[in-house]
Write a protein that binds this ligand. Sequence first.
Ligand SMILES: Nc1ncnc2c1ncn2[C@@H]1O[C@H](COP(=O)(O)OP(=O)(O)OP(=O)(O)O)[C@@H](O)[C@H]1O
Length: 260
Amino acid sequence: MNSAAMASSQVSAGNALELRGITKRFGALSAISDVTLSVRPGERRAVLGSNGAGKTTLFNCITGDFLPTAGFIRFFGEDVTVFPPHERIRRGLRRTYQISSLFTGLSVLDNVYLACRGVSRNRFSLLRPHRDDALMHAASALIDAVHLTADRDRIVGELAYGQQRQLEIALALSGAPRFILFDEPAAGLSPTERRDLVAILTSLPSHIGYIIIEHDMDVALRVVESVTMMHNGRIFKEGRPEEIEDDPEVQELYLGGGHG
Ligand SMILES: Nc1ncnc2c1ncn2[C@@H]1O[C@H](COP(=O)(O)OP(=O)(O)OP(=O)(O)O)[C@@H](O)[C@H]1O
């Protein structure tokens, strides 16, 4: 290992996620530019910024849906910059989407069971699942974790919207994730459902770190310990939730700036 590679591996030692100089261009447009950030194992961070700031593009680079134009990404020390999404999933990275990815004609339990099965070694087994197998127990535990215990046998299409979003969190938790990217989980939720979401996120196992993109500051700042503010594709400010909330520049640009 040369000295540059050694320095790079020392920088990344101990981080769950490490981005260095990530840039993504679409033709002449730089959606994100030179984004460098590190997240420790178990750390919970919000990425905030107004529309078009580059938050979703950042997520897509982390998941492998987009290849960055420049920079590198390490996941638990391993360079995953050019890995396809399924290789990152196999290493414990998960993501939720703004657009629902649920099987609405199946029950809550079947949805979570299939997600658990999809990331297990036996995913191509043709054996009929039994209610007492280990995956069924894992699925039940995840349903409890997202407060859907009483709804586990209901058809997903009949659930309230907020319950469907809770179910998406259960799917992201399947197969022992180490890190989750939550894409606006509070969007469209009622005040009661938002409170439920905060309770679910804050009671996730402490070894699971996450990044949350969220327009609702009341939710975002209550479920994280660190915040990265983005503006025009660049990191604009980083700090603890209370520092970000009190920062005059953030207030000018984001909180009071007619943010949509
Ligand atoms: N596939 C793409 N092709 C071209 N331009 C894109 C593409 N994806 C994003 N962009 C552009 O990159 C910039 C950043 O967009 P991005 O969706 O990452 O922002 P965002 O912070 O997630 O915004 P929002 O809060 O509205 O979701 C925008 O100018 C957007 O139009």
